[in-house]
Structure formats: structure tokens, C-alpha cells
Design a protein around this ligand. Structure first.
Ligand code: CO
Ligand code: ZN
Length: 327
């Protein structure tokens, strides 16, 4: 499973540029699903047919990751940029970014920082080792996107990496597709686009499928680090069954079925109420005439950072939980 996680986490894919991630996933699941297609927004939809008597279940994980987009190149070859997704300014200062063509940039600040509270992205620049605008333009163009650099490593049963939001969800769905759970239901493994810029891909994907039920598989924050906000989710204590985030209130029946599936199979689980951030379930549940939706989340520390951290047991138990849920 670590190999799948590493491969997906290290593949370039900021919002709107998810093709490489989609290709990597196709390579992993082909032969294990009955149909693979994409829609105009780039969503990758892999279908495992049922026996015709079952329900349509949509499982969604987003392929896109946060990043930066070049908005201006100055005469000395320094780049100005805007955010793709939610970027905490303090976290990105001093980070390395990587463009699709492999060009590496360093994010720095145009003045001394006296007060950390006033740090702003529009005072940051990216240094790509170019000496002039012409040299810079040979490497990058206005509108090019870069993602954050960061290894994917295993340590003490945990995985530390960039982009675990939400390649970890993609990895869970890939593993589930490879396990090919036997069920009458028709399973739609949906790898969505543009989640980080407003849950966009999931909306068209859900409308194209109109499933009977849907789950978003994504990360959720934890409440187990020094001085963090009170939250009932801890790393290593099981996948989290969503009650609510900022984008959705889970359908009670979906939530209860997940709890039943966990209890029946002795899978550890926790209940999630996430105070910040939304998930694809937010746009899926209000699509078409309304779709009963919920979520299974992988507890993660330091979300939207280059060192997001998850526990491999939670990842494996998320696969087990979904396996019993779809049956
Ligand atoms: Co995110
Ligand atoms: Zn996410």
C-alpha cells in the first residue's frame, strides 16, 4: 500500500492539472474495473458493475493538490504568484516548489518580517535561479502552476508526505478497487478534479452518475497535537466517519450504515466533526434532486503542509470499512 501512496503523492497534479494523477491511477486499476472514462472537467470515473439489482454507490476522492500559479515575471526573473487552494502564508514561506517541467523554485519574502501576523502572499516571490525575465520565461510562463516539494517517507507506522490531501484518499480507492469486493451494487470509483478550489469536479461527476448514495474519501484534521483546537479525532484510532464539515451534514442513514459496517467487522472508527474545510460530499449531496452523502476520512496532521502525516493503520482500516460498506 505504501508504494501506491508514494507513487500518487509524488505525481504532479495541482487543481485543473490532474491528468498525470489520473494516468497513474488508470495504470493501477485497469483490468480490475469494468469501465474507465473521464468527463469534460477531467474527473476519472472507474465503474465496477453490479448484478443489476443493486444500488449505485459513488466513492469520491480528489486528485488535485494545493499549489501556486505564476501571475507575473519581473525584469530580474523573479516570479509573483497566486494561490491554488488554501495556502497558509507562514507555511509556504521558504518552501521549494516544483513546476510540471521539473523547474524548482524557492519562495521568499520581499522585506524583513517584523510581525508574523502581517505576512502576505502578495509580498512573496519565487526564485527559479533565473537572472532575467528572458531566462525565467524559458523555464516558466504566466499561468504555469507549481506544487510543493516534499518526500514521501514511512516512519513508525506513519506516512509523512506532501499531497496526502487527498492522494491518500485516492490510494484507499485504488486499493479497494484492487481488492474488488464482491457485491450486487454498482461501484463508481470517482477521482475528482478541482476540489481544493471549491469542490468543483465532484459536482459534474455526481450529476453524470446520479448515484443512490455517495461518500467522499478525504483527510480530516486531528485534535491530538500540542495546543490544537478541541477535536475528537486522533491519529491511529481508526478512520473517521463524517458527521459534519463546513460543506455538508452527513445523511443520517449513510452515517449509520458506516457505523454498522464498522461494528459488524470490528473495525476501529471515530466520529468526525471538522470545524474547518469542506469535502467533495459538500457538492455531491446537493446535486440533481439531492444525493444521500457522507464521508470516510483519514485522520491527518498538518493538512495543507509539505509534511502531512497519517497513520498507516487508519488507511488500511479505511479500506476495510469501505469494503464492508459497499457490500
Ligand atoms: Co485540502
Ligand atoms: Zn482534501
Amino acid at each position: 500500500m505504501f508504494d501506491i501512496i508514494k507513487k500518487l503523492a509524488q505525481t504532479y497534479g495541482p487543481s485543473g492539472n490532474e491528468k498525470k494523477v489520473a494516468d497513474a491511477i488508470i495504470e493501477m486499476v485497469k483490468g480490475k474495473v469494468d469501465e474507465i472514462r473521464t468527463d469534460p472537467l477531467g474527473n476519472l470515473i472507474c465503474v465496477k458493475k453490479g448484478n443489476g439489482s443493486g444500488k449505485k454507490i459513488m466513492l469520491a476522492a480528489h486528485m488535485d493538490e494545493i499549489g501556486v500559479i505564476v501571475s507575473y515575471i519581473d525584469d530580474k526573473g523573479f516570479l509573483r504568484f497566486s494561490n491554488i487552494g488554501g495556502l497558509p502564508p507562514l507555511v509556504i514561506l521558504g518552501q521549494r516548489v516544483v513546476f510540471e517541467n521539473g523547474t524548482i523554485g524557492v519562495i521568499w519574502y520581499e522585506e524583513d518580517i517584523d510581525d508574523m501576523k502581517n505576512v502576505r502572499i502578495d509580498k512573496m516571490y519565487i526564485d527559479i535561479s533565473a537572472g532575467s525575465a528572458q531566462e525565467a520565461e524559458k523555464l516558466v510562463k504566466i499561468g504555469d502552476m507549481a506544487v510543493f516539494a516534499g518526500d514521501t517517507v514511512k516512519q513508525s507506522g506513519r506516512v509523512i508526505s506532501k499531497a496526502l490531501d487527498d492522494r491518500i484518499g485516492c490510494a484507499v480507492l485504488v486499493q479497494l478497487a484492487l481488492n474488488a469486493p464482491k457485491t450486487d451494487n454498482e461501484i463508481y470509483y470517482v477521482f475528482t478534479t478541482q476540489e481544493e478550489v471549491g469542490l468543483r469536479g465532484a459536482r459534474t461527476a455526481a450529476f453524470g452518475i446520479i448515484p443512490d448514495m455517495a461518500l467522499a474519501i478525504d483527510v480530516c484534521c486531528t485534535g491530538d497535537t500540542p495546543g490544537c483546537k478541541h477535536m475528537a479525532v486522533r491519529l491511529g484510532e481508526g478512520p473517521a466517519i463524517k458527521i459534519k464539515d463546513r460543506s455538508v451534514i452527513a445523511h443520517p442513514e449513510v452515517k449509520d450504515r458506516l457505523i454498522d459496517a464498522a461494528k459488524k467487522n470490528n473495525i476501529p472508527y471515530q466520529m468526525e466533526i471538522m470545524l474547518r474545510g469542506g469535502t467533495d460530499a459538500g457538492s455531491i449531496h446537493i446535486t440533481a434532486g439531492g444525493i444521500p452523502s457522507g464521508g470516510v476520512s483519514i485522520p491527518a496532521r498538518y493538512v495543507h503542509n509539505t509534511a502531512e502525516t497519517v497513520d498507516i493503520k487508519d488507511v488500511e482500516n479505511a479500506v476495510k470499512l469501505l469494503e464492508s460498506f459497499v457490500k
